[in-house]
Design a protein around this ligand. Structure first.
Ligand code: ATP
Ligand code: MG
Length: 393
């Protein structure tokens, strides 16, 4: 195994002032969670401004990198040599040893970039750069210095020990999940909502999810697909508690009582209300949907306004301005696309009218909803109470 340690660099969380340790701790927790999926044992530790992952024995390098690439808050993953002895003469040998092992073909240009967090270290960073550069040239005459555009930037950081690294693998960015509250994702079996959940989780928000199904009009397989999608998103967001709500009676009732062209909008309003009710019970501070302007009749600006009218908590719609292809690109990147396109029916498509309203008038919707007065509150209550809950991880 070439590397035993990784230096984890974070971006935004570095700027959180006094709360920084909360962000660091959340990031460490997420790193540990991600590494549980990987074979091997790992220690995750921190030092001011730095987080380290150390393998305690054998492990699979590619698996570790893949797992870390899914941890929000990581800006860079740097495989490194970490040494405890800070003696400079030994350090020269260590740096040469690093290059010797990591770059078998040494016909390359390089530059040494040294930093010392500890200003009592006997050499300044300038002196370190010069001497380490010299040591490398002596060890490998085929290498050349290029201070402007080196092929290899040899980074040497003197801290409690010394970190030597030159490879920097980009992480996903964002903020560690758990640093920004929790929100309720309306998760359907489509392409858009898993992407929406991913995007909000990326900002540090923990996810809870709700799925509306309409048995027997929608199948067990359609439900399983949503569970599968929640599991795929949870690889990034951490465990997702998924609430499965039986929507059949409400849907049929709306179908009986309201104009069919308004069915979708009224249905969407009740989905939001129920999601909000469950969210209220589970400390969710906002809702998340995969809506995108103009994508379908229920997502015109008028329809979005009509749907939004029933919400009292913020509704996050991270893909609102995205074209379908842009959403598909993300779905492919995060690995949800293949599951999303499995052809199972969706409760929204079952009762849809041939000509749904595209510019719903809120006053008219209110008037239509008057027809539901008799039973709807009780039905909503029953749907919320009888939901099934599945932990997806
Ligand atoms: P998606 O690809 O996410 O299914 P869509 O293009 O099919 O989106 P709609 O069916 O209009 O769009 O749904 C818009 C949003 O409403 C979805 O992104 C999702 O957040 C929510 N939603 C729709 N149907 C359901 C459902 N059965 N259960 C939970 N949420 C749903
Ligand atoms: Mg859908």
């Amino acid at each position: 195994m070439l590397y035993q340690s990784f230096l984890i660099k974070y971006a935004e969380i570095g700027t959180k002032g006094k709360n920084r340790y909360l962000f660091e701790d959340a990031l460490m927790k997420q790193i540990r969670r991600a590494l549980k999926e990987v074979e091997g044992e790992f220690a995750v530790t921190k030092e001011i401004g730095r987080i380290y992952v150390r393998a305690k024995g054998d492990y699979d390098y590619d698996d570790v990198i893949e797992a870390l690439k899914r941890v929000f808050g990581i800006a860079w993953i740097c495989p490194m040599f970490q040494i405890e002895d800070r003696d400079f003469e030994k350090l020269k040998k260590e740096v040469a040893d690093y290059i010797g092992q990591v770059y078998p073909d040494r016909r390359l240009t390089f530059k040494v970039d040294s930093r010392r967090a500890d200003k009592t270290y006997p050499l300044t960073s300038e002196e370190m750069n010069r001497e380490l550069g010299e040591a490398l040239l002596n060890a490998y005459p085929e290498m050349k210095v290029d201070v402007r555009r080196p092929q290899v930037m040899v980074r040497v950081e003197v801290r409690t020990g010394v970190n030597i690294y030159s490879q920097m693998i980009p992480g996903p960015g964002g903020m560690p999940v758990g640093t920004n509250g929790k929100a309720m994702l309306l998760l359907s079996g489509g392409i858009d909502s898993p992407v929406a959940g991913y995007m909000i989780a990326k900002r540090g928000v923990k996810l809870e999810a709700v799925y509306f199904h309409a048995p027997p009009y929608t199948s067990e397989r359609a439900k399983q697909k949503v569970v599968d999608l929640a599991k795929l998103v949870s690889r990034y967001s951490g465990p997702i508690r998924l609430h499965i709500v039986n929507f059949t009676d409400i849907q049929l009732y709306i179908y009986e009582q309201c104009p069919h062209e308004e069915l979708t909008i009224i249905m969407r309003r009740y989905m939001m209300k129920i999601a909000q009710a469950i969210g209220g019970e589970t400390e969710c501070l906002a809702l998340i949907t995969g809506e995108s302007i103009g994508q379908v009749a229920s997502q015109t600006v008028q329809s979005l306004a009509a749907t939004n009218e029933v919400c009292s908590v913020p509704v996050f719609r991270p893909v609102i301005g995205f074209d379908k292809q842009e959403i598909v690109d993300i779905a492919e990147k995060i690995g949800t696309y293949e599951t999303s396109i499995q052809p199972y029916e969706d409760c929204c498509t079952i009762f849809v009218a041939k000509h749904p309203v595209t510019k719903p008038n809120v006053k008219m919707i209110h008037r239509s909803e008057e027809n539901l007065k008799e039973k709807i509150d009780e039905m909503v209550k029953t749907a919320v109470e009888n939901r099934e809950t599945v932990m997806c991880r």
